[in-house]
Design a protein around this ligand. Structure first.
Ligand code: SF4
Ligand code: SF4
Ligand code: FES
Length: 365
């Protein structure tokens, strides 16, 4: 049976079992969050999402409080705003970002977004407590001076990636995020997937290859080229060169197959895009263009040609091989990077055009 409640004087009908935060978001009401992420189990630790429920004592964390019949909720009362400002002020006292202290605005930083939204300033300048770049991980940049102990990295690594690398050591003011028992990430079984980076709301964990490079001029939603799963991701592009330059890959939370999850190849294996050795147009050996027999040793230089020329030469070579040595002298290897339809056509090509059953598929990479 539906639950009827009121949020900010608006009557709402919701589903039993939902939290105040879920119902608010479904109805376009913004409640700020830091430790909460919809993909992760809620812990209700940061208290930024507090709301008032009439006739209830104190303030309640919207991310962990289930709705109930007749509930009357206020999300932006003066007392709530004061509580949120206090939470942010306390966190800001330990948030040290040299760039931010100098006036730079960090990009995609949820924490700073809420600090600025509620116009919070730190009563005193935070001091660095940890070494910047404190872990030698090849793709994850670690700067715990920006850590607010929300534990999203801990839960992302455990619940999304299943690796259990991060944990919280010590208690109270001494509490800090550590890999394993205080060892480098790779020694704690990290597989460099970057999930903890994707879920970190402060930039304490960042992408090493693009740290400090700022915001993208545009993001291009695309499908990963590596395997057949079809994960979607956002290419972050700078338009400072003709055609643009991909300088970072980020998760697209609306990706239907993978959500925020990406593997190390999808998230960090993008340097091939602008590599000078990348083949961008078809090439053939010069002796083939000249119609000469294959040289015994040095097969000569590559020459860029149009697709018709390249395909014409390939077709002629296949035809000659089939005629001289029979259809089973030819094997076809297709790819997980192809669409199903393309692999279907390759199957037809192998069996019906060439006449061989020697066709296989690299479903693995
Ligand atoms: S990079 Fe992936 S495996 Fe490594 S700590 Fe982060 S979430 Fe865990
Ligand atoms: S490193 Fe980032 S995600 Fe992890 S606890 Fe600190 S702020 Fe949260
Ligand atoms: S977002 Fe609800 S307690 Fe942190």
């Amino acid at each position: 049976m539906d639950v009827k409640l009121t949020i900010n004087n608006t009557p709402i009908t919701a589903t039993p079992g939902q939290t105040i935060l879920e119902v608010a978001r479904q109805n376009g009401i913004t409640i700020p969050t830091l430790c909460y992420h919809k993909d992760l189990s809620p812990v209700g630790s940061c208290r930024l999402c507090v709301v008032e429920v009439e006739k209830w004592r104190g303030q309640s964390a919207a991310c962990t409080t289930p709705i109930s019949e007749g509930m009357v909720v206020h999300t932006e009362s003066p007392a709530i705003i004061q509580s949120r400002r206090l939470v942010l002020e306390l966190l800001l006292q330990n948030y040290y970002d040299a760039g931010y202290a100098m006036g730079d605005r960090p990009q995609d930083n949820e924490f700073i977004h809420w600090v600025e939204h509620y116009r919070v300033t730190a009563p005193r300048q935070a001091q660095p407590r940890f070494a910047v770049n404190s872990d030698p991980n090849p793709v994850v940049w670690v700067d715990f001076n920006k850590c607010i102990l929300c534990t999203r990295c801990v839960r992302a690594c455990a619940e999304v990636q299943g690796r259990f690398v991060w944990g919280v050591a010590e208690r109270g003011h001494q509490a800090q995020i550590v890999a394993g028992a205080g060892v480098p990430m790779l020694e704690a079984r990290c597989e460099s997937c970057g999930a903890c980076v994707a879920y970190c709301p402060t930039g304490a964990l960042d992408n090493r290859m693009s740290v400090g490079l700022g915001a993208a001029d545009r993001k291009v939603l695309t499908t990963c080229t590596y395997c057949g799963v079809g994960c979607q991701l956002d290419l972050n592009v700078k338009d400072d060169v003709p055609g643009g330059r991909v300088f970072r890959v980020t998760s697209n939370p609306n990706a239907p197959v993978n959500g925020m999850h990406l593997c190390v190849k999808g998230r960090y294996g993008y340097d091939f895009i602008h590599h000078p050795d990348r083949v961008l147009r078809p090439r053939v050996r010069r002796y083939l263009l000249q119609g000469l027999p294959r040289p015994e040793h040095d097969r000569g230089e590559w020459v860029e040609v149009d697709w018709d020329t390249a395909l014409g030469i390939a077709a002629e070579k296949l035809r000659q091989t089939r005629e001289q040595h029979g259809p089973d002298s030819i094997g076809v290897l297709t790819s997980a990077k192809c669409l199903n339809e393309e692999n279907y056509l390759m199957n037809k090509f192998a069996r019906q055009v060439i006449g061989t059953n020697s066709i296989d598929h690299c479903a693995r990479l």
